[in-house]
Ligand binder design. Structure first.
Ligand code: RNT
Ligand code: ZN
Length: 417
């Protein structure tokens, strides 16, 4: 049976529950998922030769990682060609592309250092999201940036943040699509600190100084990302959940960003999304998969990813929640990591869009919890795969995508030695 005829049967089954699968597919085609460039080279970047620092770490040594902008872009292209749906690209400041032997430190970065990314995005009709890079730099003093007690250090990083706002605005103007600019630092302490408020007050003032850089709020969407702890900074994180959430709530135009690896293990971001939607016009996500800790495993089509997508869809918030991916696995083919992560996010969104949300809500409101559980269980064995396959075919994604990755590994990645 063809993909199309299987789809027709599935469509009828979903229609019996009041779900319009054609409409679901049309909606999903226009939902952007932001693809992070840093999966391709283990968060290394092009502006420095040192190790990855800041409380984050990649593990694994799979051959074939991208070493140059050209290789990284080619790998992203390959991965994206194997995934349905609309994409944005997500670039970190350390991925500046210098030409003719030029190099500037992070406080001196300019739009021209990202012109190649703009070219790449424009050719593919994509927007660009951006991140100042407050890690992997000798200017990080004693593990601290924006919260450092050393004024010179803070000032350097504030200048970096301001430069990134200018670059973000340039991205938005060039692509015609708003740029989500996420502020995350690994600032924290390994052991029990004697002062927790001091660093947070400095962090607050530093972010305020960055946001004092003039920018058009319709073009640049600054976010603050929280975190519970990092490697080597287990006792204290300046940008904790309460800190960043309150910062965003009290600073007009600043969005909270939730990374689902950044909470205590029994907390779920799916539950936090509707809580924040009650108050914030817009919010941002880093979708990742933490196993036992913030391990940044590749996103798969698991329960929490499905729930995250459901909360966005059933609260009619596809245009209020900026979805970005954030994982980095160096132990497997990196193009496959991207492809699986993007495809899984798309699957979760499609799954949410073909869930009979209105009907399930009614059951809840009418206190019909026996039927609610039963219906939710029934939904799990609906022929979702047939809808997914049709969506992929509609988007021109090759059905032999795994084989394509194997060929790419053989012909391209394995030659990088
Ligand atoms: C780290 C944060 C942060 C980074 C990226 C590279 O724990 O999740 O978002 O992963 O900025
Ligand atoms: Zn993150």
């Amino acid at each position: 049976m063809s993909v199309k005829s299987r789809y027709e049967e599935a469509k009828a089954m979903y229609a019996a529950y009041g779900v319009d699968t054609d409409k679901a597919i049309e909606i999903l085609k226009n939902v952007p998922v932001s693809v992070h460039c840093w999966q391709g080279d283990d968060v290394k970047g092009f502006d420095q030769d040192g190790p990855l620092t800041g409380g984050i770490q990649t593990t694994g040594n799979y051959p074939g990682k991208a070493r140059t902008p050209e290789e990284l872009m080619a790998d992203m292209d390959k991965a994206m060609s194997l995934c349905p749906g609309k994409k944005k690209i997500n670039v970190h400041a350390c991925y500046a592309i210098f030409e003719d032997g030029e190099w500037v430190d992070r406080d001196k970065l300019e739009p021209k250092h990202f012109a190649k990314w703009v070219e790449f995005a424009k050719e593919r009709n994509m927007g660009i999201d951006f991140n100042p890079t407050f890690f992997s730099s000798p200017k990080v003093k004693d593990g601290l940036t924006l919260s450092s007690p050393d004024k010179e250090t803070r000032d350097f990083w504030i200048e970096h943040g301001k430069a990134c706002i200018r670059i973000s605005e340039y991205f938005a103007k060039e692509t015609g699509i708003p740029c989500v600019m996420n502020i995350w630092t690994g600032d924290g302490y390994k052991d029990v600190p004697a002062d927790r408020m001091g660093p947070r007050m400095r962090y607050k003032e530093s972010i305020e100084a960055i946001l004092a850089e003039p920018f058009d709020k319709n073009l640049v969407k600054p976010c603050v990302e929280s975190k519970v702890f990092g490697i080597g900074v287990e006792s204290f994180t300046a940008g904790s959940a309460e800190f960043t959430l309150t910062f965003a709530a009290t600073h007009e135009g600043c969005l909270p960003l939730m990374d689902n690896g950044h909470y205590h293990p029994t907390e779920v971001v799916s539950d936090k999304i509707p809580a924040l939607l009650c108050f914030f016009p817009e919010l941002a996500l880093h979708v990742t998969r933490g196993i036992r800790w913030d391990s940044d495993h590749v996103v798969v089509f698991d329960d929490e990813t499905k729930e995250i997508a459901k909360e966005i869809v059933r609260n009619d918030a596809l245009d209020r929640v900026y979805i970005a991916l954030d994982f980095f696995d160096a132990s497997i083919n990196r193009v496959s990591a991207w492809a699986n992560g993007i495809r899984s996010m798309e699957k979760a969104l499609l799954n949410a869009l073909v869930t009979p949300n209105a009907m399930l809500k009614d059951l809840q409101d009418n206190n019909e919890f026996t039927k609610l559980m039963s219906m939710q269980e029934e939904m799990k064995t609906m022929p979702f795969g047939d809808v997914w396959n049709y969506y992929c075919e509609e988007c021109g994604v090759p059905s032999n995508w795994i084989e394509e990755i194997e060929v790419y590994e053989k012909e391209v990645l394995s030659k990088r030695v």
